[in-house]
Design a protein around this ligand. Structure first.
Ligand SMILES: [Zn+2]
Length: 181
C-alpha cells in the first residue's frame, strides 16, 4: 500500500513525524508526549500497513520539534519508533529512538508505599536492562517492565524540558494564512 504510506507521511511542511510505532503502543506514545494538549496540527494514524511490523501507528505534529531526550522516552513502549524531522516538506533527519538511561516524571511507581505515590514529586526510574526495557524506581527499588509501565498524565509544563518551534521564517502562503495551526 504505497499510496497509503505517502498519505500518512507526506503532507507535513514543518514538524515531527514519529513513524513505525507498534500499533498497540500508539496511544501510550501519545500519552507520553502529551501531544493532544499542544495547540498544533496533530495527525494520528493507527493500524497502517507496515512491512516491518505488520501494522503500525504514526504521529505527526506540525511546527514542533522535540528535544532528543524528551522524544526518546517513547522508546519505553515503542522501541521500533523512528523520528523524522520535516522542513519544507522534506525529511531532513531520520533516526531511531534510543531508550534514555533515566525516565523522569512519566511512569507511575507500582509500589503504593513508594514516596513518589505519597508526595507531590516527579518519579524517577533507571533503566537496568535495555533489551527487556526493565526499569527500576530510584526511590524504592521496585522494578517494572517499561512496555507495561503505567504512564502518568502530567500537565505539559511538567512534561517538557523544552519544545522547539519550527518554521519561524515560514513566509509561504500556507504559513502566512495560519493554515498550519
Ligand atoms: Zn517506587
Amino acid at each position: 500500500m504505497p499510496a497509503n504510506k505517502q498519505l500518512a507521511v507526506a503532507a507535513l511542511e514543518n514538524g515531527t513525524v514519529i513513524d513505525h510505532i507498534p500499533a498497540d503502543a500508539l496511544f501510550k506514545c501519545v500519552k507520553i508526549l502529551g501531544v493532544e494538549n499542544l495547540s498544533k496540527q496533530l495527525t494520528i494514524g493507527n493500524n497502517l500497513h507496515s512491512r516491518k511490523l505488520g501494522t503500525k501507528g504514526i504521529i505527526k505534529i506540525a511546527d514542533v520539534s522535540f528535544p532528543e531526550e524528551t522524544i526518546n522516552r517513547v522508546a519505553l513502549v515503542a522501541p521500533t519508533a523512528v523520528i523524522n524531522t520535516i522542513r519544507d516538506f522534506a525529511v531532513v533527519d531520520k533516526r531511531p529512538v534510543q531508550l534514555p538511561r533515566q525516565i523522569v516524571g512519566i511512569v507511575r511507581c507500582s509500589n503504593p508505599k513508594c514516596i513518589t505515590n505519597n508526595e507531590p514529586m516527579r518519579t524517577r526510574f533507571n533503566v537496568i536492562d535495555f533489551d527487556t526495557r526493565t526499569i527500576q524506581c530510584h526511590y524504592c527499588g521496585v522494578k517494572t517492565n517499561g512496555a507495561k509501565a503505567d504512564i502518568i498524565y502530567l500537565p505539559l509544563p511538567l512534561r517538557y524540558e523544552a519544545i522547539v518551534e519550527t518554521g519561524h521564517n515560514d513566509l509561504s502562503p500556507a504559513g502566512r494564512a495560519g493554515q498550519l495551526r
